[in-house]
Design a protein around this ligand. Structure first.
Ligand code: DC
Length: 217
């Protein structure tokens, strides 16, 4: 079974995808972590994120390894586990530029399909998983939420990770990322036949319950 969950940052898709995968006892693929891993390496090597050729060079040269389980995706770059390091706001910002690079997207889409073929049954989350990468998926969900609610969720996550940020900084960051990302994935999220769930007023278990109900219908 292939289940895709797409949506903007803070829509709740990562937590929902993890919990649904755990409930179904199948692996979970976090494709944002792949874009983030390249951005992390771009930052580490001091490359200009807008230099498309240099960013592609990094994407082609690194060994990007994914370990997908029912409750986690661990991502390694050249053997180093960067799963936590890729979640900072600084990496998030650079990731938006990396994700706009068409050649990088092509490379990662191919890798996602290879990973998917190996896994067989899985829950995957991102922006383009249902519309582009796995259009043949059994269930395709798109999660949405108001910007304010999304900012609150990201803020709580970052604070829990020990980052020194304010709610308004997180909201500004999300707004800026939405703007940069919008041309990139808004058309992808407008997937007519996907099941859309607005999570603004839902608790995470309610989101997972709703998805699970669709799976059982
Ligand atoms: O879901 P996330 O916040 O971890 O995503 C990080 C960035 O990667 C964000 O700018 C959108 C981008 N992304 C993408 O373009 N396509 C995907 N399949 C997953 C993420």
């Amino acid at each position: 079974m292939i289940v895709t969950i797409d949506g903007p940052a803070g829509s709740g898709k990562s937590t929902a995808a993890r919990k649904l995968a755990a409930r179904l006892e199948i692996p979970y693929l976090d494709t944002g972590a792949m874009y983030r891993a390249i951005a992390y390496e771009v930052l580490r090597q001091g490359v200009d994120p807008h230099d498309e050729a240099a960013v592609l060079g990094i994407a082609q040269s690194i060994d990007l390894d994914l370990d997908c389980g029912p409750t986690h995706t661990r991502v390694r770059v050249n053997g180093h586990d960067v799963s936590e390091a890729v979640r900072t706001m600084q990496v998030s910002q650079v990731t938006s530029s990396v994700a706009k690079n068409p050649a990088v997207r092509k490379l990662l889409v191919e890798q996602q399909r290879r990973v998917g073929a190996k896994l067989g049954s899985f829950v995957t989350e991102g922006r383009d998983q249902g519309s582009v990468v796995f259009p043949q998926a059994d269930f395709r969900f798109v999660l949405e939420a108001d910007l304010e609610k999304r900012a609150q969720r990201r803020y709580q996550e970052l604070i829990a990770d020990g980052e020194d940020v304010t709610l308004s900084e997180v909201a500004d960051n999300l707004r800026a990322r939405d703007l940069v990302d919008s041309k990139q994935w808004e058309p992808l999220l407008r997937d007519e036949s996907a099941i859309v769930i607005d999570t603004t007023h839902l608790r995470i278990h309610e989101v997972v319950d709703r998805m699970h109900e669709h799976l059982r219908l």
